[in-house]
Ligand binder design. Structure first.
Ligand code: SF4
Ligand code: SF4
Length: 531
């Protein structure tokens, strides 16, 4: 007897319009979740509804049929590829009895855990409808008293340097020539926008290659993630930041020759949590890249086992500076958590050249949903707090701050820079440029768009030239937006905009939030109180 409680209730309904359908079968081929299949029975029935003689009526094509609408994850792959716009994906009309406490989110979670007894895994970022601080911020524009700049006709400087900055610049004489005194290593990018760490294994070879090529094309950076770097990808090394995570995968002397090295302590999507790539996903490509035996589990423990204090962190940063002969900046990546400002101060004092702070909306290939949806703090509040704290301690100038975890648009990038970040970091946005529909099924490895999958067959769904163009276009467009906006504010170099919170105004409901952001409320006068 079937236990009715074991049935997973569908979330989406797939509707095929057979009047429009030409039986091309593209939907069947493209649906990796088994929601649409060919109807074997109907293969024997012609368009006129009469029985076909098997094997004779060769012109009749098999009919697509919705086998299991409960498998549909609304990835929109079938809709995109249907040449006749014959498919519709709509929310499945399951009406739960209305209850403000027991929402569909909670009901479905309990039903799923009662069915499986497992931790629920999810991909992408936190999907809870928490207030979006970015949406409570608006920026300023020049009117009358200072002129705006026409970004189409006048230069706006967006070149950005990642690395430790000197307090003063000194000119020294060397062999009869004058030159700048030795500076800590910095890497230059054409824009204050980079792609964050994503590893081969969590993403397909073609998805990763498209993004590496795109950052090279627009002259910015991308993180390798914790999975090492495949030998084919060393040609992009001048545009890559190598990650050293707790699993220490794929690290050798070549890897230390990348543009920058970053120690991963935490990730916004799963603060305090490591990761695991199950053995079946450790294919030849992954085993070669991560330098681990074929088919073994790739475990990244929650902590870095040699870092239990700021002193330990300082020792590892010093070791990496030595190992890289002080040629590249060394950074530290942390998740945005409650005491992020104090931790950031420790990181600067441990001699990091840059730090990445990843907010609680950051994406992931797989995280326990309970962690993804409830741990950490929004990046907007974290960055404002860190920037102010480091300024108060007079050490802000020493470090480059990279901020990510929920940047959805160029507007968010502009706001996070004004709140104190030198560089914005994106992960989900370039995946969306590659076709991702944020269906959150990344841990299944069945990604119909060929992005979050280890399957070479699915990965080949991405044409690398097309993918490169899409990602490069997105990066360029965001930077062009930034230039436009800086122009409207009369600012000709993004450097002057970093932490310039006076150019933002708060329009949200919570005065404490505005205070933490260090942003005046809209309408509040400058110089209020007779200053
Ligand atoms: S939207 Fe995606 S999962 Fe749903 S039927 Fe279409 S291809 Fe399959
Ligand atoms: S892709 Fe569209 S036209 Fe082709 S079989 Fe599916 S529903 Fe019919």
């Amino acid at each position: 007897m079937v236990n009715v409680n074991d049935k997973t209730l569908p979330r989406f309904k797939v509707i095929i319009d057979y009047e429009r359908c030409i039986r091309c079968g593209r939907c069947v081929k493209n649906c990796t979740y088994g929601a649409i299949v060919f109807d074997k029975k109907k293969e024997t029935v012609g368009k006129d509804g009469n029985e076909k003689k098997k094997g004779k009526d060769k012109k009749e094509k098999p009919e697509p049929v919705v086998k299991n609408t409960g498998n549909c994850v609304a990835c929109q792959r079938c809709v995109t590829f249907c040449p006749k716009d014959a498919i519709e994906i709509v929310p499945y009309p399951v009406a739960f009895s209305p209850h403000a406490t027991w929402t569909p989110y909670h009901l479905r979670s309990i039903m799923e855990q009662a069915r499986t007894g497992n931790v629920l895994l999810a991909g992408n970022g936190n999907d809870r409808p928490y207030p979006m601080v970015f949406d409570y911020l608006v920026w300023d524009a020049c009117q009358v008293t200072n002129p705006s700049i026409d970004a189409l006709r006048e230069p706006i400087e967006t070149r950005t340097y990642i690395g430790r900055k000197p307090k003063n610049l000194a000119v020294v004489e060397k062999g009869g020539k004058f030159e700048l005194d030795e500076m800590a290593p910095n890497i230059a990018t054409s824009m204050p926008l980079i792609i964050g760490h994503m590893s081969l294994g969590s993403l397909s070879y073609n998805a990763i290659t498209s993004m590496y090529r795109a950052v090279k094309e627009v002259d910015t950076m991308m993180g390798t993630g914790e999975g090492g770097l495949h030998k084919d990808h060393y040609q992009y090394k001048d545009h890559l930041i190598g990650e050293i995570a707790s699993g220490r995968f794929g690290i050798d002397t070549d890897y230390l020759g990348l543009s920058a090295i970053e120690i991963k302590i935490g990730q916004g999507a799963k603060p305090g949590h490591g990761g695991q790539l199950p053995g079946e996903k450790v294919t030849e490509l992954i085993s070669e890249t991560r330098m681990i035996p074929l088919g073994t589990d790739a475990l990244s423990p929650n902590p870095q086992h040699d870092i239990y204090s700021i002193e330990d962190l300082k020792t590892l940063i010093a070791a990496l500076h030595e190992a890289t002969e002080y040629r590249v900046p060394i950074g530290v990546k942390i998740a945005a958590v409650n005491n992020v400002a104090a931790i950031a101060s420790g990181i600067v004092r441990a001699n990091a050249d840059f730090m990445t702070i990843d907010g609680f909306r950051g994406g992931t290939g797989a995280a326990p949903r309970v962690v993804r949806d409830n741990a950490g703090i929004p990046i907007e509040l974290a960055i404002a707090s860190v920037d102010q704290h480091l300024r108060d301690e007079r050490i802000r100038h020493k470090v480059t701050i990279i901020a990510g975890g929920g940047l959805r648009s160029s507007a968010d990038l502009i706001k996070i820079i004004a709140l104190g970040a030198d560089v914005g970091m994106v992960g989900t946005a370039p995946l969306i440029a590659l076709g991702c529909k944020v269906c959150q099924q990344c841990p299944t490895g069945k990604c119909s768009w060929g992005i979050a999958t280890g399957s070479p067959e699915l990965g080949n769904r991405i044409d690398v030239d097309w993918g490169t163009r899409r990602v490069a276009n997105m990066l360029r467009a965001w930077n062009a937006d930034l230039e436009e906006v800086l122009g409207t504010m009369g600012i000709d170099a993004v450097e002057s905009f970093v932490g310039n919170r006076d150019r933002l105004r708060y329009i949200g409901p919570n005065p404490v939030e505005g205070e933490i952001l260090g942003v005046k409320h809209a309408g509040e006068r400058i110089g209020r109180g007779g200053e």
